[in-house]
Design a protein around this ligand. Structure first.
Ligand code: ADP
Ligand code: DP6
Ligand code: CO
Length: 328
């Protein structure tokens, strides 16, 4: 079926930071993870994407941050559009314009906001009217972490066991709402090992991977209890531990690899020093050198001041819990 559709749909999706990490796929084609994960959607970092299916185009035309991307650079987006065409029955090429208000591929989850925004824009432009759950399932096919960016606030990606059962759900709570994430962008350049390759390599070569699966189950149950009990100390402690346990899977891979740089270690030590001096804060780190400091509103000022002095004020961004995907 080829229906004509030339409506341009524009969406905005925010990144999310995982507190309990997703690191490994059982099914790489469908992106079904080995473990469930839990994140917080952030108000500061986001992607805006417009999609139009157009009968006048002979192939997909993809622009990211004002650059036309082709070849390997556009393959992930092109494959995703193929999926949308398959599911919608619409048989037209698309024009995609996307802008990241987040550093790309630097461990600040650009793939999460990017594919959440693309899933919402492309499915709507193709005439589909998906529920948020189905949108989460679709976004997952672009990038696993993207399924969580469909929703705002705290979100759990329930791993499921097949395409139908693997999606994110929001955690309805008023607790921990003064939580803040102070993001340090010490490095804006693309990381050498993508999340996709890094996790596949950890699954394949780290002898600790089976233990990770068990540990995440416990960490997830504990952090959900901490949210329920409004227990920031427990929440932060589990987040920091879980991040380090994920990075242990890169150190124990064969050959080993590491996302941290010298600045990452300096920042980690500073967080611990502040904590021991009575300023309660914790860190988490994704697949890149940039660390995110988990704290409460009351301590934002002193933490911002400390890290601005160390790395420069332009490297420090304070984020609050952010919203789910939106149509403009
Ligand atoms: P990150 O830590 O930024 O999520 P990943 O390695 O997971 O890093 O993903 C980065 C990849 O996501 C990019 O190489 C690109 O393929 C894709 N991506 C990032 N931003 C966009 C965008 N706005 N539109 C389409 N794809 C994007
Ligand atoms: C460390 O979602 O970027 O940020 O599914 O291959 O696209 P793909 O990977 P991606 O991996 C995210 C890894 C992480 C942890 C997390 O966000 O849960
Ligand atoms: Co990513």
């Amino acid at each position: 079926m080829t229906t004509s559709s030339n409506k341009t749909v524009t969406t905005v999706a925010h990144t999310n930071i995982a507190l309990i990490k997703y690191w490994g796929k059982q099914d790489s084609e469908l992106i079904i993870p080995y473990t469930s994960s839990l994140s917080l959607t952030l108000d500061q970092f986001y992607t805006q994407t417009s999609v139009q299916f157009n009968a006048n185009l002979s192939e997909d035309r993809i622009t990211i941050d004002d650059h036309v991307v082709t070849g390997t650079g556009s393959k992930r987006v092109h494959d995703f559009l193929e999926l949308v065409r398959q599911e919608s029955g619409l048989n037209l090429s698309a024009e995609v314009n996307s802008t990241n208000h987040v550093p790309t591929a630097a461990g600040l989850a650009s793939s999460a906001s990017a594919f959440a925004a693309l899933a919402a824009a492309a499915s709507k432009a193709a005439g589909m009217n998906l529920s948020l759950t189905d949108l989460s399932r679709l976004a997952r096919r672009g990038s696993g972490s993207a399924c969580r960016s469909i929703f705002g606030g705290f979100v759990e990606w329930q791993k499921g066991f097949d395409d139908a059962s693997s999606f994110a759900v929001p955690i309805e709570t008023r607790h921990l709402n003064d939580i803040r994430i102070v993001a340090l962008t010490v490095e804006k350049h693309q990381k050498p090992v993508s999340s996709r390759k890094g996790m596949a390599f950890s699954v394949k070569t780290s002898p600790y991977y089976p233990t990770w699966i068990k540990v995440v189950d416990a960490d997830l149950a504990n952090i959900k209890a901490a949210i329920k009990d409004n227990d920031f100390t427990r929440f932060g402690t589990i987040s920091e531990l879980n991040a380090m346990r994920m990075h242990a899977l890169t150190l124990s891979a064969d050959p080993d690899f590491l996302y941290f740089t010298g600045d990452t270690l300096v920042a980690m030590n500073e967080v611990k020093r502040l904590r021991h001096s009575g300023i309660e804060c914790y860190y988490t780190i994704d697949a890149g050198p940039n660390i995110k400091i988990i704290c409460q509103q009351a301590n934002v000022k002193v933490i911002t001041y400390t890290f601005s002095t160390l790395f420069g004020p332009t490297k420090v961004t304070v984020a609050k819990p952010g919203p789910g995907v939106k149509y403009l």
